[in-house]
Design a protein around this ligand. Structure first.
Ligand code: NAD
Ligand code: DAU
Length: 364
């Protein structure tokens, strides 16, 4: 179902706006709604990069605040000072492999941080007299639904939660809190659960950027297990359009699944990337790039398949993804070729230490 409201200028707080999806969403929002006030709150963990949104600090009506979503006095002050009426909550610890190495940060940011934001926003919303147009969008993941077999139907909004990793368990907990704030207090929360995003500004630890960068560096391409795990790939710009529609059109309390309608086995996706690199990269240390593919030890508890049924968001809000996996991957590969200056500094000694800790074990 949809609400039809004439568009008011919004004062939007985007948490995690220096991360992958958050920064794409910040760029998207500033382009679409130049009259809005945009406040970005990001702790700048290893995954946050202020440079990604820095140009907007001078060209758009944007304020960047480095801070933690667990810091209640900071959140209280920001909501009030900036008269925030809309929250797009994307800050999180987001990488499954890191959640296996150290789950504590995931519980802290994803659960305690989301609780802190919800509670601060509830006080703020009540103090304003509960205005109609206020929204709190909590961005979550399809991983909360667990793992599918090859022939199981896709996840829909009524699929029971069955998270399998510390990451997905912490996201599930935060989803339950967002849901409870609507049901208990009537606070206008919304939840989206999306599939694997890809596109520009994706941190090197994730499958697609990791493969692109390793191909360019001539390093092995580590495929976990038998490579038959399936993910549904969603181009990040398509995801941003979905979040926009949910903020503007969805009825408070609703949940929407967002998927790319692009299921692929990991090994097939890696072959596609290798082919695109062979075609688009002027120079490669190893060509054809697929010689670099190396099967390594599986991720513990590795979910076999995710698939999203996006019928509800299509039927109710008119959203469909524009990119196919072929068109989106081509753009993404070209972006990594054209933007070495963005990703090269991220391969820091700390990142190398993380890489060793995952892939040394994986290669044993
Ligand atoms: P990301 O790891 O790239 O970025 C997360 C951002 O949050 C970083 O900028 C980081 O500095 C910031 N952050 C972390 N802890 C913080 C804290 N305590 N306070 C303030 N900021 C903090 O993540 P992403 O891939 O952009 O994911 C964004 C959201 O979307 C997350 O909630 C994630 O669970 C969800 N999601 C991601 C995907 C995907 O494929 N990337 C898919 C489904 C859902
Ligand atoms: O499904 C949504 C989720 O997608 C988000 O909630 C997470 O925040 C996001 O990180 C992503 O999780 P995945 O674990 O699916 O993404 P990742 O890029 O880490 O891995 C994708 C698939 O590729 C997965 O089956 C594991 C595999 N993989 C990953 C890496 C990093 C490999 O085979 N080798 C690798 O080196």
């Amino acid at each position: 179902m949809q609400v039809e409201t004439s568009r008011l200028p919004r004062h939007i707080l985007i948490t995690g706006g220096a991360g992958f999806i958050g920064s794409n969403f910040v760029h998207y929002w500033c382009e679409q709604y130049p009259g809005d006030r945009v406040v970005v709150l990001d702790a700048l963990t290893y995954a946050g990069n202020r440079a990604t949104v820095a140009p907007l600090e001078t060209t758009a009506n944007l304020r960047f605040v480095q801070g933690d979503i667990c810091d209640r006095p900071l959140i209280d002050a920001l909501l009030q000072e900036e008269a925030i009426d809309t929250v797009a909550h994307l800050a999180a610890e987001s990488h499954v492999d890191r959640s296996i190495l150290g789950p504590g940060a995931f519980v802290q940011t994803n659960m305690v941080g989301t609780f802190t934001l919800l509670e601060s926003f509830r006080q703020h919303w009540m103090a304003q007299g509960k205005p109609e147009h206020v929204r709190f969008l909590h961005v979550s993941t399809d991983e909360v639904y667990g793992s599918l077999g090859a022939d199981d139907p896709s996840f829909n909004e009524t699929t029971p939660y069955a998270p399998n990793s510390p990451y997905s368990a912490s996201k599930a907990g935060s989803d339950h809190l967002a849901r409870a704030y609507f049901h208990t207090y009537g606070m206008p929360t919304l939840i989206t659960n999306c599939s694997n995003n890809y596109g520009p500004y994706h941190f090197p630890e994730k499958l697609i950027p990791l493969m692109c960068i390793n191909i360019l560096l001539g390093k092995p391409l580590p495929v976990y297990g038998d490579g038959q795990n399936v993910r549904d790939w969603l181009y990040v710009r398509d995801h941003c359009r979905a979040l926009d529609l949910v903020i503007h059109k969805a009825i408070p309390g609703e949940t929407y699944n967002v998927g790319g309608n692009n299921e692929a086995k990991n090994i097939d996706l890696v072959h596609l990337l290798c082919g695109l690199m062979d075609e688009l990269a002027p120079e490669l240390p190893v060509r054809p790039a697929n010689q670099l593919i190396t099967f390594v030890q599986d991720r513990p508890g590795h979910d076999r398949r995710y698939a999203i049924d996006a019928t509800k968001i299509r039927a109710e809000l008119g959203w469909t993804p524009a990119e196919t996996v072929e068109s989106g991957l081509r753009k993404t590969v070209q972006w990594y070729l054209d933007n070495r200056q963005w990703w090269q500094p991220l391969l820091s000694p700390q990142y190398q230490a993380y890489y060793e800790s995952v892939y040394a074990v994986a290669s044993n």
